[in-house]
Every structure is written in structure tokens, then in C-alpha cells.
Write a protein that binds this ligand. Structure first.
Ligand SMILES: [Zn+2]
Length: 326
């Protein structure tokens, strides 16, 4: 039975939910819901389909090609020649029209990645954040084309890391702020065992994306030994196709990894504070918790979009599950 695995951008969740409760259901015109395919640009592994002219050497395309080599070199995974089809809609209306018609079980997102037994496909639309979206989704694509059974938390953590422009070393400011704030208020602490239990991306809240990013950033940036640990784990996945818990490897090499991870978060917070006083004033030091917050307070159950935290309880936006999500 064909399998379909889907990843998507988490941003815009709250706004879309609000919109979906008031929107009229009007059958979309076929042309409005068709895939863009008037133009094609093929570069290495990428096949970009558009209804507008995209220069073959557009700087965004160049960056996405560079990302392919960055992922391969940093993680020591081979380059695949399996095509990744990128359907790039010219605006959000066309994109959402297609998604509502052909992937109606999904929430509206800015972009998503679909892996089936026969194809790797990214759907996205041209907009202010198209570069970020494509870097995120194509990281999934590049990894899935060579690494089987990548654990969900690590898949999303690496995609969040690589969605930043080249040269930023994966420094994700909203995640640093969110994690620091919540740690200070006893609303979050590291929990790799909990992250490893996720098998469905619909269950992941934004704080889980942020924590997954933090683990990925710590592994990628804090020491050569940790980078090697990550690369060895990916190599084992490639060789055996098995997915043993990453925590087993980590605990052997780093018995106090949670404290080390928190120290890494604090070093990032200070680094950002040095460069941005406004940001620094928002993020309390990691380890200096709010004395007014009660230990053992109810953990955060809020969702996050990239403009800030929302305190509403998590909503299961996708009750149907006709596709398999991992
Ligand atoms: Zn993702």
C-alpha cells in the first residue's frame, strides 16, 4: 500500500484556524486548483515547477542548491540524484486553493513536503518567506532522499536549523527567546524521551519544534564530538534502516546532556543579548527562573506562530488521517 509522509511548516496555524471557521465553502474552479507547470527549471536534484518565469540562476535557486551541498557535507550524507519536485505557486490564494482541493485533510500551511513511495514533492508559494519555507522543506527532501526512518523530532530539528539563511549557523532567535522564557517560568525543560515518542507531526507543538531545533543546534554547533555523534547516528540509519533511540547514544557519551543543553541555550541567549539589547531584555537568563512561578506549574500547552506565543490550548487540526504522517 503506498505510503505518504508529510511534513509542513507550522507557521500561521492560529490565523488559519480562525479563518477556516468563517470561510464559505465554494467549489474551486479547476484551473484555480491545478498545479503550476507552465515553466520548469531543473538544477541538480531540484525540479521547480511554476506558472511564472523563474530565472534558472535566480539567487534563491542558487541558495537551495547550496543548501543541498551544505546538508551533505555537514552531516556526511551522500548526494542523491532522486528528483525533488517543487511546485511553486505564484501566490497564497493559488496555493491554498490547490491544498484545499487535493489535500483537504491537511490544515492550511505556507508549505509542505510529501514523500510517497515514488516521489519527493514540495508545495509552496511565492511570498515574503518563500526562501525560509523552501529551505525548511527541502532539508526534509534532501535528507529523506538518502536517510530512511529519520526520527520525527530530528527531522524537524534539522529542518528548523537549516531554514535560516546561510551564514547564520542555524541561530533561530524566536526559538531561543521562547525556550529561555519558558524555562525561566517552569513551563519547559528538556525531555528527549518525550520528543522521541512523537510519530505524528500533528501532535507536535511549536515548543516541540523549538526544542528539536535546540538539540539539532547543540549537536551541530557546540563541539566536534557532538557533531560526530549525530553523523554516526545518521550513518547507522542509512546502513541498517533501523531507528534506535538517539537518547541511548547520547546518554553514553554525555551522561549530563540535559544540563549541557541548557548551558548551550544560555550561551546562545547571551550571544544574542550582546548583539541585540532589545532581544536580550526579553529573554531571562537560563537557570534564573522567575521566583513567582510555581515549580510544577502546568506545562505550556500553547501553540506558537512566528510572531509570538498564543496561550490557547493545542487543537487537533487534522482529525482525519487518510495519509500517513511521520
Ligand atoms: Zn518540517
Amino acid at each position: 500500500m503506498p505510503r505518504t509522509r508529510i511534513r509542513w511548516r507550522v507557521a500561521g496555524f492560529v490565523a488559519v484556524l480562525a479563518a477556516s471557521t468563517t470561510a464559505c465553502v465554494v467549489p474551486a474552479a479547476p484551473e484555480f486548483t491545478a498545479l503550476p507547470d507552465q515553466e520548469q527549471v531543473q538544477r541538480e536534484q531540484l525540479v521547480l515547477h511554476t506558472d511564472f518565469r523563474l530565472p534558472r540562476h535566480h539567487r534563491l535557486v542558487e541558495e537551495l542548491i547550496a543548501l543541498r551541498h551544505d546538508v551533505s557535507e555537514r552531516l556526511e550524507v551522500p548526494l542523491s540524484d532522486e528528483p525533488i519536485h517543487v511546485y511553486l505557486f505564484e501566490d497564497a490564494d493559488r496555493f491554498h486553493g490547490f491544498v484545499s482541493r487535493h489535500h483537504e485533510q491537511l490544515p492550511e500551511r505556507r508549505a509542505f513536503f510529501v514523500e510517497s513511495d515514488t516521489q519527493l514533492v514540495v508545495y509552496a508559494h511565492w511570498g515574503d518567506r518563500v526562501a525560509e519555507d523552501l529551505r525548511h522543506e527541502l532539508t526534509h527532501g534532501y535528507l529523506h532522499s538518502v536517510v530512511p526512518h529519520l526520527p520525527l523530532w530530528l527531522d524537524e530539528g534539522l529542518a528548523e536549523y537549516h531554514e535560516l539563511p546561510r551564514g547564520r549557523k542555524g541561530l533561530h532567535l524566536p526559538h531561543i527567546t521562547a525556550l529561555s522564557d519558558r524555562y525561566a517560568k517552569y513551563l519547559w525543560k528538556p525531555g528527549l524521551d518525550r520528543l522521541q515518542r512523537f510519530t505524528d507531526v500533528r501532535d507536535m507543538r511549536q515548543i516541540d519544534y523549538a526544542e528539536s531545533w535546540l538539540f539539532a543546534h547543540w549537536l551541530m554547533e557546540s563541539s566536534p564530538q557532538r557533531s560526530a555523534l549525530l553523523r554516526n547516528y545518521l550513518a547507522r540509519l542509512r546502513m541498517t534502516g533501523e531507528c534506535p533511540p538517539f537518547s541511548r547514544y547520547l546518554a553514553e557519551a554525555e551522561p549530563n546532556y540535559e544540563q549541557e543543553l541548557l548551558a548551550h541555550l544560555e550561551s546562545l541567549r547571551r550571544e544574542v543579548e550582546l548583539n541585540d539589547n532589545e532581544f536580550g531584555s526579553r529573554a531571562p537568563p537560563v537557570g534564573v527562573r522567575n521566583p513567582l512561578a510555581l515549580p510544577g506549574a502546568t506545562p505550556c500547552m500553547s501553540r506558537f506562530d512566528r510572531s509570538g506565543w498564543d496561550s490557547s490550548p493545542p487543537k487537533r487540526a487534522f482529525p482525519s488521517d487518510t495519509d500517513r504522517h511521520v
